[in-house]
Design a protein around this ligand. Sequence first.
Ligand SMILES: [Zn+2]
Length: 143
Amino acid sequence: MALLGALMLVAAVVLFIVMPVAKGQHASLERKDHEVTESEARRRVTLLALRDVEYDYHTGKLDEADYLALRKELSAEALAALEAADADPEAPALDLEAEIAAVRAGLEAGTTCASCGHRNPEGSRFCASCGQALPAREATPSS
Ligand SMILES: [Zn+2]
């Protein structure tokens, strides 16, 4: 009797594991358009690091020698990442006109930070990136 119980348990576990595979529920390995490529991620990280170095230097946390060395290193890295992003055939082509239109629309809607350019979610009161207060807007009735 115990053997039968154990067999049923094993069958249930196997079924539980196999069912999603049999139904074809598996993660897609293909990149979706809104996902970031590796080179794009590298570019962003390097640019953020550069910004931090600038900030640290101007607030006196970094002395000039360290600042210059770090800036040189990060600039080279950012440039390499940019070139890699350009050479990446999977990377979506950079559409400057669309980018500019999106920033303008964001500024008009009060979601793009006028201070740092970060695009904040709809209804934000402060920039998620730099903390700058975003322009107050007429409260739109939420639907
Ligand atoms: Zn900001």
